[in-house]
Write a new protein. Sequence first.
Length: 620
Amino acid sequence: MTTPLLRVEHLSVTHFDASAARPHDVSFSISRGEAVLLLGPSGCGKSTLARALNGLIPQSLGAEVTGRVLLADSEPGAGWHDVAELGVAAASQQVAMVFQDADAQIVTGQVFDEVAFGPENLRLPVPDIEERVERALRQLGLWDRREDSPDILSGGGRQRLAIASALAMGSPLLVLDEPTANLDQTAKHSIYLALGELVRAGTHGLLLIEHDLDEALTIATRVIVLDAEGRLAFDGTPREVFGQNAARLRELGVWFPVAHEAAACFTAAGWDLGTGPLPLLGSELARRLERVDRALLPDSSGSGAHRRELPPPAEAEAGAGASELPQQSDALPITGLAGKRAPGEPAPRLETRALTVTRGRTRVLGPVSLSIQPGSITAVVGHNGAGKSTLLQALAGVRRAPRGTVLLDGQDTARMRAGALRTRVGYVFQNPEHQFLTHTVRDELAFEIERGAADAQTRVDDMLERFGLAEHADRHPFLLSGGQKRRLTVAAALLDGADVLVLDEPTFGQDRARAEELVALLRELPRDGATLVLATHDLQLVTELATHLLVLDGGVVAAHGEVNRVVASGALEAAGLGLPPLPRALAGVHRHSYLREITSVSQLEAALARHPDIHDGGAS
C-alpha cells in the first residue's frame, strides 16, 4: 500500500454564520495513483472540505475547524505536517487547488505568466519554469494562446488555464472543484485524458468534486459521498458505492452517470443485462445491450416477443415549435430563420436580424439571423468561445445590440428603456456573483419585486422554500455554495415576472435533486406563456429539457431546429461537440439498432413503458 499523500482525521468546519458544521467529523486518506471523486448534495460542505486541505480554511477564509489535515513530507518516511502549522504557500507545494470559479485565482495579465506565477514563487530555475509552463499549456490545449490575456479567454478557457497553473506547480495532490463545469464536451474529454494520465502514471493523487459523472468515472478509482449533514456516508470503489447504495444515493440527491440511469430503465422493463452492478460507463452499457437476446425480451401481451416499431419521439407541445423551413444542407437542419414565417405560424417572441458582435477588430458573433417562437425552450450549445454567452447577452439586452437587430415581440430592444426591457426579459449570468446587489439572500430576492407590492414578503418566503434557501435567508449571497448561488439567481429572475427567461448554464453546480427541481420548474414555465433560451454544455440536459437546439460554431449558426432532428442530423458531431451521453452510448448498439433513435432518458422511459418489447421492423 502506497503511503498516503494526505490524511484527514475527524475534520469538521463551521462557518461563522452557520448553525452547524459542514463537513462534519470526516476522515479519509488519499495516495498517489488514486482519483477520489467527492459527491454529496449541494451545501453538504464539499467545497469547504476542499479549501481546508491546504489551509485556505481557516487561514485565509475564517471558520472554526476541529480535527486535523495532515500532509506527508516530501521525503518518504519523514513524517507528517499538520496543515494548521503550515502557511498556505508551503501547503500549496503539496496540494494544488483548482477552484469552482476560475476567475477567483487568475492574477496576471498573460496566459504564459499565469502558469509561470506559481513556479516562480517557488524560486525555481528559469529553464525549469519554462519547461513546466509549456508542458502544462500543451496538455490543456492553450499553448497557442500563451501570449493572450486571460480576460479574452472564454469561461471554459479560463478554467483550463487554472488547471494548467495547478499542474505547473508540480504538487503531488491536485484538488479540483468542478473543473469542467464550464467546458464543452470535447474540452472535458481532453482534460480527463490529461488527468487520467497523471493517475495511471502513479505520480499524483486527485480529489475531484464533480457533478458530471460520465467523464469523471472514466478515471475515478474511489468515490466518497457526504450526506446532507456533511458526514461521511460511503467510501469505496465506484462499483461498490453505486452498485450497493443506489437507493440511498437517490435519497441524498447525488447524480448518477447516464449509462446507469438508462440501464435501470432497461432492467425495470425486464431486459436482462447480466449479473453484477448496473454499468457506469456508456461503453459498458452498449456491450451489455449487445448481449441481450431479442428472443428473450419481455412482451406486454405475455405471448412471446413481437416486432413493433419504436414509437417516434414525442412531439413538442403545441405552440412550442417553429415551422420547418428549407434546410441549409442535408446534415444541418435550419429552422426559425428570421423574417420568414409560414402561414398561420405565430409571430416570434425573439428575433435577430444579421446580429453581429465584434470586440476590437475581432468578430466574435455573427451574422446571426433567427427567430424563437413563444413557449419554446431553446438550448444554445457550442464550443467554448463559440459565442453562446454573447448571443444570450444580446437577446436579453445585457449587451446592447445595434438598432434593428434584436426584436422582442416585434419591438426593437435597442429603442426600449433598460427598466422596461428588464421587466420583460430576465437574465441569469454564467457567474452568479456578477449579479448580486444586496447583503442577504432575502434582500436579493426582495430587490426584484416592485416596491410597495403588498405580497412581497409572501412571494419572497415562497421562493426561499421553493429553492431550498430558507435556512440561508440572512446569509450574504457570496457565502453560499456554488449550487446555492445558482439557485438564488434563478429564483430572482423568476420573481421579476419576466415572460422571457435567458439563462447561462442554469444547472451548473447543482446536485441531482435541485437540478431536477429546477428542470421541472423550467419545463412548466412555457405552459404559463414564458419563452426560455439557455446556454449549456450539458448535452444530456438539452435532450431532457429543450424543445429546440441551436448549434453555434465559430460565432455563426450551424444548425437550429427541433432537438431530435438536430441530434439525428449529425450537426453536433460536425461542430466537434459529439453526441449527448445516452445517444453516444446507444450508437454503439448494433443488435438493437432501433435504440439509436432514443436521445433522452425520459424518452427511453416512455418508450419502454408503452412497449417493453419494442423491436425494429427489419433485421438488425
